[in-house]
Design a protein around this ligand. Structure first.
Ligand code: ACO
Length: 329
């Protein structure tokens, strides 16, 4: 029986498109205003994929940087999980495309889809492979290209999203370092609140689905807003409780970057001061599965998370899904 090991983050990377779409660009596309978008969402600009770029482009870029940071040769990677709701195509898995581009010849690869909670789910799954003694070198990537499923004529959604990827290398570490408290939840009764209606097996692509715009994301923003605050509060509080952590011990709080009002409401409910809350939604918008790893990357590269810091990650998304994860860096 292999010994139980703790998984920790040993390398991080990120990659976003170079093309910036500002609120004033959007003012020229739909009836909206910079002031409305900033007040209701906190977003000022987002990155949008260029023709020829796709989820695997950014996933690969983030993966290369994370492997370099960990000092890990791609040939040593044993598992690649790509967390995404916008794979390059329905199959094969985007993780296999990344595996090939990296030359990670020994790696198993699969995609994981849990809406915007995908990265938390994927970190939890990757950590299990390490804890069980099955693998020592796991690459977890959160990547999405939501611009490809956005209805650019729907002002209530097209102002919200951006593209990109973040990646983390997981390896065995010595406690107290590592991932030590995980909460994962779902509630499919809310499936209709946020979905991509067509293109799957229940409503396959047809002239009619295309004509009716069913290949674009649809969302009930108000209901998602209410759910987001409630669910993330529940998950964060449970992760703290299960991990035996007091609020004041958290050095950096990284919530899914969907909307500044959701983040502020959540931080207030959890009694976390603003200086501990990572916010970059103003620069990237909601990048779905990429939002948390990009924020984690920025927290580490700006020194907000240092070796030994305690980070609390929390997300919500389509499914509905939500979850939280505590990690000592
Ligand atoms: N510009 C100007 N006006 C707008 C825009 C816009 N871009 N979008 C909507 N409006 C209008 C509406 O038409 C409405 O007008 P009306 O009162 O005349 O009908 C008015 O603004 C208010 O609309 P609401 O939907 O009530 O606005 P709200 O304050 O709820 O903000 C928003 C909308 C930003 C979408 C908010 O509900 C939200 O952030 N919800 C959560 C969304 C979210 O997090 N989604 C991601 C979930 S998971 C994932 O990451 C994929």
């Amino acid at each position: 029986m292999p010994e139980t090991r703790t998984a920790g983050v040993t390398g991080l990377g990120m990659s976003v498109p170079s093309r910036v779409l500002t609120n004033s660009d959007l003012e020229r596309m739909v009836e909206t205003s910079d002031a409305w978008i900033i007040e209701r969402t906190g977003i000022r600009e987002r990155r949008i994929a260029a023709p020829g770029e796709s989820t695997s482009t950014f996933a690969f870029g983030a993966a290369v940087e994370a492997l370099n940071a960990a000092g890990l040769d791609p040939a040593e990677v044993e598992l690649i999980i790509v967390a995404t709701a916008t794979p390059d195509m329905l199959f094969p898995a985007t993780s296999c495309l990344v595996q090939h581009k990296l030359g990670a010849k020994r790696a198993a690869a699969f995609d994981l889809e849990a809406g915007c909670s995908s990265f938390i789910y994927a970190m939890a799954v990757g950590a299990q492979f390490i804890s069980s003694g099955c693998f020592r070198n796991v690459l977890v990537v959160g990547a999405d290209t939501l611009s490809r499923i956005t209805n650019w004529r729907d002002r209530s959604t097209c102002v919200l999203f951006g593209d990109g990827a973040g990646a983390a290398v997981l390896q065995p570490v010595k406690p107290p370092r590592g991932i030590f408290s995980v909460v994962l939840r779902s509630d499919g009764s809310g499936a209709d609140l946020l979905k991509l209606p067509a293109g799957g097996s229940s409503l396959p692509t047809s002239e009619e689905t295309t004509r009716n715009g069913l290949h674009h994301l649809v969302m009930n923003g108000r209901e998602i807003f209410k759910f987001a605050v409630r669910a993330m509060e529940e998950a964060a509080a449970e992760a703290l409780r299960n991990g035996g952590i007091k609020q004041e011990e958290v050095d950096c709080f990284i919530p899914h970057q969907a909307n500044i009002r959701i983040i502020d409401a959540l931080a207030k409910r959890l009694c976390l001061p603003a200086e501990k809350v990572l916010v970059n939604v103003d620069r990237y918008g909601n990048t779905s599965s990429a939002s948390i790893p990009i924020a984690l990357y920025e927290a580490v590269s700006t020194g907000r998370i240092k070796p030994g810091s305690l980070a609390l990650l929390v997300a919500f998304g389509a499914g509905l899904t939500w979850g939280a994860l505590a990690l000592r860096y």
